[in-house]
Design a protein around this ligand. Structure first.
Ligand SMILES: [Ca+2]
Length: 216
């Protein structure tokens, strides 16, 4: 209500969030309800005053010099919010790949490195072991591999690395569950990365929709 007795009743549940005050202006701000018409449950979150690099923590700091008939003020400074992590680069994407065998005459190896989940590489059915390797082009530090399995996944397989494409070192061995498997290990230097399947989950081969490689 205003001083003439007109207007709506209590004001409640107001949130002011994520604003930067550019100019103090000519008049100070006020929070002023009236007797019987309080302003309540006010929330100020992440309000930056002119020239400040941190959010305001008090009403005084926000230049609310005139305050009357109010209650329930919450001030939530969200200081230094976490920056979004930079997107990581799939070091294997569009790189040369070799597969141990194919289930038909077409070389399917590149299809696990084309960035497209609707295409897949697959080894010859009913054959163990089956493997798929990629050449990163030069020595890179890696610590994570993402395998997007097709229905024909590896029940047991290894992740192997090699600097020359001939001599392989085991960095991870696991019982596969299919679907998307995110495999992490201590950072290693390598040029070639291989999924080496030792036991198939189905009567088919080892089939990957995408095979991604990441560094730390
Ligand atoms: Ca693909």
């Amino acid at each position: 209500m205003n001083s003439s007795g007109n207007g709506a009743g209590p004001v409640t549940g107001v949130t002011v969030k994520n604003i930067t005050v550019r100019d103090i202006g000519e008049s100070y701000a006020k929070i002023e309800g009236q007797e019987g018409a309080l302003i309540t449950n006010l929330t100020f979150e992440n309000v930056y005053m002119p020239g400040s690099t941190t959010p305001a923590t008090t009403l005084q700091e926000m230049n609310f010099t005139d305050r009357a008939y109010y209650g329930g003020v919450t001030i939530l400074p969200v200081q230094n919010p976490e920056p979004a992590p930079a997107p990581r680069t799939n070091l294997a994407r569009l790189h040369p790949a070799v597969i141990s065998s194919n289930d038909n005459a077409v070389d399917s190896a590149p299809l696990a490195f084309d960035g497209n989940l609707s295409t897949r590489a697959g080894t010859k059915r009913a054959v163990d072991p089956g493997w798929l390797q990629v050449d990163l082009g030069s020595m890179k530090t890696i610590n994570e591999v993402h395998l997007y399995w097709d229905t024909a996944y590896g029940k047991s397989y290894q992740i192997q690395i090699s600097g020359n494409g001939t001599d392989w070192t085991l960095v991870y061995t696991t019982d596969g569950k299919g679907g998307l498997e995110k495999i992490t290990f201590n950072p290693v230097q390598t040029r070639y990365v291989r999924m080496y399947g030792t036991e198939r989950a189905t009567q088919y081969g080892y089939s990957l929709r995408e095979f991604e490689v990441y560094g730390p």
